[in-house]
Design a protein around this ligand. Structure first.
Ligand code: F6P
Length: 337
């Protein structure tokens, strides 16, 4: 079999480990040929495709980014001018046929899963692997990239405690996550955040102010506030700036903000992400070898399995009130807004 592999959407640690898991298993275990499609789905539009060999896999396990490059190309997205037909799907299908690719492995987040489902509906054999630091892909408990981002964010939060205490300040740190609060919840709890704000949970700035003042009364004249980038703000302000200004106004505390940004997407994957990526990559190849297409590889509990793409596409996995880490945080007196 000849399989094409592409990486699409935001990059994250672990993508190269996934490419390695797919390729080494496909080539050495199943005797397949593997072709790398560059820059996400754009590589199928531009016929930018290169053969991948086992030799190309050397050094990938711990390498950040993606050797194939990525893009946010959405080939099935309708043109802004309805009068113009979208000829991208036809170009995709023509490239796949001309290159005689028997299956396409897509590695990506929500947008990629949506495109993978449409490609499946167009008659292409697709197996998809969830990838995102946001951990918001429906149907899998964890996506690789998430543990690495939480590790980076937690290290940053750890470092804020000493400077907050030294200056008796409130330190606000903004983490990524798009519309989901998973990184904020997991890094906020791991980093000892006193206040953790998620897009999924409405917050009241007066309650936040009371929490900070009550900590002062208990002899803790500083606080750590972890905010997800997707929380609602006013005037188009970024989350950290908005919350820091509101806190300073509400409490009179000196407040400073840090936006962690793309550092959460950089560098080498954690051992957990390397092994999750390897397991998912291998399972994708098993699905191909057994002719199970139109599926996304997923982690359910401790088990690697798969779920039909039709059940995943268009859905978001968000933090819910019954999440046990959130429930435990509330019981410990952590303020979630
Ligand atoms: O989906 C991953 C992510 O890092 C989000 O957390 C963030 O909001 C978004 O990508 C940033 O998008 P871009 O890389 O296009 O600036």
């Amino acid at each position: 079999m000849r399989i094409g592999i592409l990486t699409s959407g935001g990059d994250c640690p672990g993508i190269n480990a996934t490419i390695r898991g797919v390729c080494k298993t496909a080539i050495s275990h199943y005797g397949m040929e593997v072709y790398g499609i560059r820059s996400g789905f754009r590589g199928l539009l531009d016929d930018d495709i290169v053969p991948l060999t086992e030799a190309d896999m050397t050094g990938l396990l711990n390498l950040g980014g993606t050797i194939l490059g990525t893009s946010r190309e959405k080939p099935f997205k309708k043109r802004s001018n309805p009068a113009l037909a979208n000829d991208k799907p036809a170009i995709l299908l023509d490239t796949i046929a001309r290159r005689q690719l028997d299956c396409i492995v897509t590695i990506g987040g929500n947008g990629t899963q949506k495109t993978a489902a449409k490609l499946t509906a167009a008659g292409v054999n697709v197996v998809s692997i969830p990838k995102t630091i946001d951990n918001d892909v429906w149907g899998t408990d964890i996506s690789f990239g998430f543990d690495s981002a939480v590790t980076i964010a937690t290290d940053a939060i750890d470092r804020l405690h000493s400077t907050a205490s030294a200056h008796q300040r409130v330190m606000v740190i903004e983490v990524m996550g798009h519309k989901a609060g998973w990184i904020a919840l997991y890094s906020g709890m791991a980093g000892g955040g006193d206040i953790i704000l998620l897009p999924e949970i409405p917050f009241d700035i007066h309650r936040i102010g009371d929490t900070i003042i009550n900590r002062l009364k208990k002899g803790k004249p500083y606080s750590i506030v972890v905010v997800a980038e997707g929380i609602p703000t006013i005037g188009g302000k970024k989350a950290a700036q908005y919350i820091a200004e509101e806190i300073e106004y509400e409490t009179g505390f000196e407040t400073r903000e840090t936006v962690l940004g793309y550092i959460q997407r950089g560098g080498s994957p954690t051992p957990y992400d390397r092994n999750l990526a390897t397991r998912m990559g291998g399972h994708a190849t098993e699905l191909i070898a057994t002719g199970q297409f139109g599926k996304m590889v997923s982690l359910r509990g401790a088990t690697i399995t798969s779920i039909p793409l039709a059940e995943v596409a268009g859905k978001l996995k968000l933090v819910t009130e019954d999440n046990d880490l959130l429930v435990q945080g509330r019981r410990m007196g952590i303020c979630f807004g």
